[in-house]
Design a protein around this ligand. Sequence first.
Ligand code: SF4
Length: 355
Amino acid sequence: MGSLTDMVFRDQVDWVDPLTKMFNTLKKQGYHLIGSHAAVKKCLWVHNALVYNKFCYKCRFYGIESHRCIQFSPAVSWCWNSCLHCWRARPFDYGLEGPELIRLPYVEDPEFLAEMAILEHRRTVSGYAKRTSREMYREAIDPKHVAISLTGESTLYPRLGELIEVFHRKGLTTFLVTRGVRPDVLSNLEEEPTQLYVSLETWNEEMYREFNRPAGANLWRLTLQTLELLQSLSTRTVIRFTMIKGYNMRSEDVGGFAKLIDIANPTFVEIKAYMHVGASIGRLSRSSMPSYEEVMEFAEKLAKATSYKLVSSSRPSRVALLTRLEGPVVRYGKGCPKAWEEKDVEGEKYVEEYK
Ligand code: SF4
């Protein structure tokens, strides 16, 4: 039974609100929390670029200089989905659900978030001054790109358009990744991102409910609305399909995903393997992770089914790129060193080692 003090103390210790519990976990995982709802976390490819001169697949596809990329989220503990393949900390797993998830408790100023994101990125690379070349280090502390993805649903930050505008004004390009649950926010952005991603694993409501575990009954309908909306945006758009072996790589899935491409007519389609890492390993097996060859085979089928062209791929990241664009793909930033392409197989080792 133990003493009264023990009981009171234990109850106090045990009762930590879900948000604080999640923040404590994120801090242990290396997240640099910003204000009451945002965070920066160093991406493995920032490390690989600075230490091994190996760059992420977005370097090859779009010329993103990985060591100058800020991995950022304006809504780190807020998401309306609890996807089975999610390798990050899901709010749902910390008891955050219902009204707590609907909106952020407080809305930080976009200028403050942008300034802090740059400062925190510099802190995450400050330890590399002696582990990389002077030029790479000088570039790393002068970031040129923000990946507004990391974790959580960024469109739940109500001043997202203003934040994107601030980052652009500071000379950074922005890739925004969303699950598409807020077409209302995406259609009213003060400024569109440099590139907008919609991340999907399913192509009908039944699969969506089973795999993406939506917090609301109308989220599949809203996701379809977002796909319809993509055609009206002026920025480059991407649908990224995450492939889970034994789940969404059948022949009928080719037709299902092709229909979504038809609705959205995105600039690019990325077909990327699910990676058996992080929190997802408790929900999916290692055999759910398709190989590079299996991803390429599915990509070729989808290209045939949609008249999109297969234009590039990355073996280490098990991802293929389709596009409807003619001619070479415009690349931002300085792009990756040529060598990276030749040593494709070699890259595999670096990914494994870093995890
Ligand atoms: S673009 Fe994505 S993968 Fe590449 S360095 Fe930035 S966060 Fe990492």
